[in-house]
Design a protein around this ligand. Structure first.
Ligand SMILES: *Cc1c(COP(=O)(O)O)cnc(C)c1O
Length: 454
């Protein structure tokens, strides 16, 4: 085995003190990254794909430094995870302190305060003033699975409704909930039973159908095809993530939530991607005053450490018997320390307001591009979760090939840029909330140039 990075080089620390500018010193990927890609191909399962094959040595603020010495602008936050910034000093301090005390006990064997503190924070900060409980897990998918378990136990019913374009994870139950076949489901069946799909509100592609109308369409289908008497839960992302940053028309979410309340169905908001200041409020449900029965969180919760949660009404959360929920690592003490520091940072460091400022910059710049380039069919999103949908301007047909060319050109020019969407034709902007306006504008300029030449 060879070491790619020479041990004689000083250790480069990340965090906001990294030079905050795009700087390419080799082609992308550079020679050291290419050597690691060769090792990766020989050692890592092919199914674990890589969007941008650079290998990272440090990250922070709004940049990622690779092992070839290139500094790239981060417009992905590791998929909406490092909202507080990579190697955020408060997170580093909390983790360093905790890791030197103890690394694991298994909370269901012997407890510790960090877990309880994260639960208290989630209970007080998630929408609604009712009494709540939380349970902690490791990943978004694991939390989604547990939300469904809890809803089924509480209601004594089995069916679950998810929506078109939904993404809820890659485990067996969450693959069933996820809509898109390639790459998430194809060949991986059979999938879990009692999962049904309802039509989503997608203003750009459903002729601007009003929210309440779109909700009536979904509810009618649910009533006819499943029936509330059999339905345990409806699960929905308040703004769809992987499915294309689709913001449902106003009134859609409140109408679905109200129908659930009137029919004894648990309304689950999957805020794994939208949670923690990302959309310009602490949780995206707040934009329309929706109070979910259960809310699922992960990604932005702990500054990059693996942690997820289900938070919700005490009577629902407390229904399951002792020992029915848990897992070896769920609510790991180091991840909990990171979460407490991260959640405080979102509130105390003005990151909710910062997400709104980022939205203003993104919207201004992207709408200016859309005015001169008709292939940009739609600019949408909230806060630091904004996307453009690329289409054939004559037919509005999705243009996935263009989208992929734009992303690759941006990567080559030093910008970490992600795509998404059922049709693969959406470019999404998910910068860390610690990015500067200057870096953000430079990143968008790279995308503008990539679009103009693609
Ligand atoms: C990423 C994501 C998940 C799955 O989270 P993992 O931590 O990858 O398991 C679930 N729901 C939504 C909305 C997501 O964006």
């Amino acid at each position: 085995m060879t070491l790619t990075t020479e041990a004689t080089e000083p250790l480069q620390l990340g965090g906001p003190q990294l030079a905050q500018r795009r700087n390419l010193v080799t082609e992308i990927p550079g020679p050291r990254s290419r050597a690691l890609t060769a090792r990766k191909t020989a050692a890592v399962a092919r199914g674990v794909g890589v969007t941008l094959p650079i290998y990272v040595q440090a990250a922070g603020g709004g940049v990622v430094l690779d092992i070839d010495g290139n500094t790239l602008i981060d417009l992905g936050s590791g998929i909406a995870v490092t909202g507080v910034g990579n190697a955020a000093p408060a997170v580093v301090a909390a983790v360093t302190h905790q890791v030197a005390q103890f690394t694991h006990t298994c909370f269901t064997i012997t407890g510790y305060e960090g877990y309880v503190e994260v639960a208290e924070l989630l209970n007080s900060l998630t929408p609604g003033s009712h009494e709540k409980r939380s349970a902690l897990f490791n990943s978004g998918a694991e939390a989604v699975e547990n939300a469904v378990k809890i809803a089924r136990y509480f209601t004594g019913k089995q069916a679950v409704v998810a929506f078109d374009h939904a993404y809820h994870g890659r485990t067996n139950l969450t693959m069933a909930l996820t809509a898109k076949s390639m790459p998430y489901k194809s060949g991986f069946g059979p999938f879990a039973g009692e999962v049904y799909r309802a039509p989503m509100s997608y203003p750009f592609r459903d002729g601007d159908l009003a929210g309440p109308e779109a909700a009536r369409r979904a509810i009618s289908q649910i009533e006819k095809q499943i029936g509330a008497a059999n339905l345990a839960a409806v699960i929905i992302e308040p703004i769809l993530g992987e499915g294309g940053f689709i913001v449902p028309a106003p009134g859609f979410l409140p109408a679905i939530a109200a129908w659930c309340r009137e029919n004894g169905v648990v309304f689950i908001a999957d805020e794994v991607q939208t949670g923690f200041a990302r959309t310009g409020s602490l949780f995206a449900s707040e934009h329309e005053g929706v109070v979910p029965d259960l809310i699922v969180t992960a990604k932005g919760i702990a500054g990059g450490l693996p942690l997820s949660a289900v938070t919700g009404r005490a009577e629902i959360m407390d229904a399951a018997h002792v020992g029915g929920l848990g897992g070896t690592y769920g609510g790991n003490p180091i991840a909990c320390a990171a979460a407490v520091a991260s959640i405080r940072s979102y509130q105390d460091d003005g990151l909710i307001e910062r997400a709104r400022q980022i939205e203003t910059v993104l919207r201004d710049e992207l709408q200016a591009i859309a005015r001169v380039d008709r292939r940009v069919g739609d600019v949408r999103g909230r806060g630091a979760m904004v996307a453009i949908e690329l289409v054939d301007p004559e037919t509005n047909e999705p243009d996935a090939a263009l989208t992929s060319r734009v992303a690759q050109a941006a990567h080559a020019d030093g910008v970490i840029l992600l795509t998404c969407g059922t049709y693969g034709n959406v470019i999404r902007f998910l910068p860390p909330l610690t990015i500067s306006d200057e870096l953000l504008r430079d990143g968008i300029a790279v995308v503008r140039k990539a679009l103009a030449t693609s």
